[in-house]
Design a binder for this molecule. Structure first.
Ligand code: AMP
Ligand code: ZN
Length: 300
């Protein structure tokens, strides 16, 4: 696995598809890579048209209080990224610089900046939905960079990557239907690009002992489905996920369905880098030489 991942990563970097930064999981993107991301993204937008979603874009950082309420720290403390800054005086600045010059840990001189890196594109959305939702619920299209501290050699496991999500907020049936509909749409969209895809029941990598119980529960209730395909890892890799959150966001952000119950939500997330990597892995590193049917779907 590691050898294959190293070889794939080296090829991607060698061809300028990705730009190495010296940190595992952190890359620049080349023009050809972005051309594929953008083409796939147009297909996602097209597939979402039936939902007539409200389009919103958030920065890749979000308020700390929102992060606290999503309960991310309980489930994924190890993936967290929190922003720090310097808030001292001249004297403290001198101490910071002395630490830096001495090769010490200058970050101990920083303080929390009140913002964290978004771990999922949909998280900044929920606090603006407090209150009653219209009948039939609402659909949103959010797209942005996410951060997860999971440095890996496998280029499909990045620390910073983009998720394009279509989110539903409303009643329980609507949330379930959204999730199921998007598994079908995802299979069609991604299978239509010549990827060998299948939908599987999955679980999030919840942290620790309590996390193992949460993961088992999530699986038992089939709350998370993934569309997977071979990339470079031994097993298949998730390139799209469809999650039923139930009232996980409805409760902390006081979101109500049209009838005044706690709102349920569901989101589908397309992993834009992973889809692009799956295409490069399946069809070859030169997109100009991809099968005509795939090219005409991506670039009609
Ligand atoms: P999740 O919120 O974990 O279900 O992630 C949604 C989608 O984002 C997944 O289906 C992947 O395609 C993508 N994704 C998750 N983690 C990573 C990562 N570390 N690097 C690249 N893509 C990721
Ligand atoms: Zn989401």
């Amino acid at each position: 696995m590691t050898d294959a991942a190293v070889a794939f990563r080296d090829e991607l970097v060698g061809r300028g598809l990705l730009v190495a930064t010296g940190v595992d999981g952190l890359y620049g993107r080349g023009e050809q890579f972005e051309a594929v991301v953008e083409a796939v993204d147009r297909l996602v937008v097209e597939a979402a048209r039936a939902d007539a979603p409200t389009v919103l874009r958030f920065p890749p950082v979000m308020p700390r209080w929102v992060f606290e309420r999503t309960d991310y720290l309980r489930s994924f403390p190890n993936l967290t990224g929190a922003v720090q800054t310097f808030a001292g005086d001249d004297k403290a600045h001198a101490a910071l610089l002395a630490e830096l010059e001495g090769g010490g840990d200058w970050s101990t001189h920083l303080e929390p900046a009140g913002v964290v890196l978004c771990p999922a594109a949909c998280h900044p959305l929920y606090p603006m939905l407090t209150g009653r939702q219209p009948e039939g619920g609402r659909y949103f299209d959010v797209y942005g960079y996410c951060f997860r501290h999971e440095p890996a050699i496998d280029p499909a496991r990045m620390q910073a990557f983009r998720m394009h999500e279509i989110v539903y907020v409303g009643d329980p049936d609507g949330a379930q239907a959204h999730r199921d509909r998007w598994v079908d749409r995802g299979l069609e969209l991604l299978g239509g690009l010549g990827l060998a895809v299948e939908a599987v029941v999955a679980n999030d990598p919840f942290f620790g002992r309590v996390g193992r119980m949460l993961a088992a529960n999530q699986r038992d209730e089939a709350l998370k489905l993934e569309v997977v395909t071979p990339v470079v890892a031994e097993g298949p890799t998730a390139i799209m996920s469809a999650n039923c959150h139930r009232d996980h966001f409805g409760i902390p952000f006081a979101i109500e369905s049209s009838t005044g119950e706690v709102a349920h939500s569901a989101c589908v997330g397309f992993g834009m880098e992973r889809i692009t990597l799956a295409l490069l892995h399946t069809h070859g590193l030169d997109a100009a030489a991809w099968p005509a049917a795939v090219r005409s779907t991506l670039w009609p």
